[in-house]
Design a protein around this ligand. Structure first.
Ligand SMILES: [Zn+2]
Length: 158
């Protein structure tokens, strides 16, 4: 499905939920919302170097990249924004892993992001996170990240 959110709506959504994320993860938020880049499916796949990737956090740019054309569901889309914002805070708080830090460091970042996403689905939306196989996705993403090149992107698959 296509999500008809504007960039302003996404920024508003991020601003609304960052305090909750910071509290859940015990991290600090400096009040700044990351830059949001909306692109096409193809552009994102090329930029994030991952086919089927629909959202990504770019630590170098401190920006959240996303496409709105092919999204599983609105709930999943919203929870994925939460996931990416966890990565944003990880880098802000000096615990964001770089590829050279290795798989364990990357997986620790993913674990926290997926746990917070699962918590969000359950607490805020009343959705059982096991419906989305979050832990399985975490492992897949971790393997993907370990094999990626120099971009250091945190990529998510729907
Ligand atoms: Zn992630």
């Amino acid at each position: 499905m296509r999500v008809d959110w504007t960039k302003a709506q996404i920024i508003e959504y991020a601003k609304k939920h960052l305090p909750w994320i910071a509290q859940k993860t015990n991290m600090n938020w400096n009040g700044i919302v990351p830059d949001i880049k909306i692109m096409t499916n193809k552009e994102l796949a090329k930029e994030a170097q991952g086919e089927g990737c629909f959202m990504a956090f770019c630590p170098q740019e401190q920006s959240l990249w996303m496409q709105l054309d092919e999204v599983n569901s609105l709930n999943w889309f919203k929870s994925a924004i939460i996931h990416e914002l966890v990565h944003y805070l990880q880098y802000q708080n000096g615990k964001g892993a770089k590829p050279r830090d290795g798989l364990i460091a990357l997986m620790q970042n993913e674990e926290e992001a997926y746990n917070t996403q699962a918590c969000f689905l359950w607490e805020k939306m009343g959705i059982d996170p096991s419906e989305h196989n979050l832990s399985e996705k975490g492992i897949k993403i971790g393997i993907l990240l370990s094999t990626m090149g120099a971009t250091g992107m945190m990529k998510e698959n729907a």
